[in-house]
Design a protein. Structure first.
Length: 311
């Protein structure tokens, strides 16, 4: 997938190339045999419109992790790396692997994700402006015009960030007001994390159990053992949603102080001589399981109630 075109390889039809626009989508749809499964990589935003278009046309679609396809290509010891060869590799990957089916985003989900991306961009710009203001102050503010301009930009970004926060909250309340109230009752989880978790999981409807959600976030341990003598240090997979993983890790610091279940997990791991970082990862895992249990039960946070649900 690219901004202008996308390469296609069919198990029977072979290679083709279509424009990455409405006319190209219609041309591609006409060439699809009945009952086809279309597999594509998640490449920036380029795959999104085609996936949405095909889903609405009742075509089976799967959007796979590019890392999975990359490793599949490496296993085949491929020496050629082109869009055409990649399309053929994705086709081969789908023929021998079970791939998840794509489900379309709701209008609220789509807008919320755009707001989260916009927020991240604004926050980075605000940090850069703050650093610039500090740098000018260190220089003794040689240009008053530059200093005033930076202050105006900083105020503008603050206003935009506040507006994004209000809009984001109103959208989630519109779709998941009850679940929002339930999850914010968990000690240690902030509003920003709750909002993103609700949006990215579609109100926890995408997952059947908390273990699946932990895998999606990428905080499940990976085992590294070779033969009888080599025992590699266990690490989290990090193959998942990095933003949600980072948000939960930040929440784990507060959860260790105010969430009894998380505090017990942290103390137990630290007392075993394990690192504090490992303990905080375990706390993040605990927060996910608490969130999943509360969202599915429909009951607000209660220490005894959550302990029973997690057993």
């Amino acid at each position: 997938m690219s901004n202008d075109v996308f390469d296609v390889y069919g198990s029977k039809s072979g290679h083709n190339q279509c424009k990455n626009n409405a006319s190209g989508f219609k041309f591609f749809l006409k060439s699809l045999p009945i009952g086809s499964l279309v597999i594509m990589e998640a490449i920036c935003y380029y795959h999104y419109r085609l996936a949405q278009f095909l889903f609405k046309q009742s075509v089976l679609v799967s959007v796979v992790n590019p890392l999975s396809v990359k490793r599949f290509i490496h296993l085949k010891l491929a020496k050629v790396k082109t869009d055409k060869s990649d399309a053929k590799a994705i086709c081969g990957y789908g023929q021998i692997n079970e791939v998840p089916l794509y489900t379309t985003l709701t209008d609220v989900q789509s807008e919320c994700l755009q707001l989260f991306r916009l927020m991240d961009g604004c926050l980075k710009k605000r940090t850069a402006i703050k650093n610039k203001i500090h740098g000018e102050a260190v220089l003794g503010i040689p240009s008053k015009y530059v200093h005033r301009s930076l202050i105006r930009i900083s105020k503008y970004l603050n206003k935009e960030i506040s507006g994004i926060e209000v809009k984001r909250l109103s959208l989630v309340k519109q779709a998941q007001q009850v679940q929002l109230a339930l999850l914010t009752s968990i000690p240690g989880i902030g509003l920003k994390t709750v909002l993103f978790m609700i949006v990215i999981t579609d109100g926890f409807e995408k997952f059947e159990n908390s273990n699946q959600l932990c895998s999606y976030v990428g905080i499940t341990p990976t085992i590294r053992e070779f033969g009888s003598s080599v025992r590699g240090r266990s690490r989290i997979s990090k193959v998942g949603n990095r933003k949600l993983r980072n948000l939960l890790f930040l929440c784990s610091f507060t959860a260790c102080k105010h969430n009894k279940g998380c505090r017990n997990v942290n103390e137990r791991i630290v007392n075993k001589g394990k690192s504090k970082k490992l303990a905080l990862i375990a706390v993040s895992n605990k927060l996910i399981k608490q969130s999943f249990a509360i969202a599915k039960s429909g009951l607000p946070y209660n220490e005894k109630h959550v302990s029973v649900l997690l057993k």
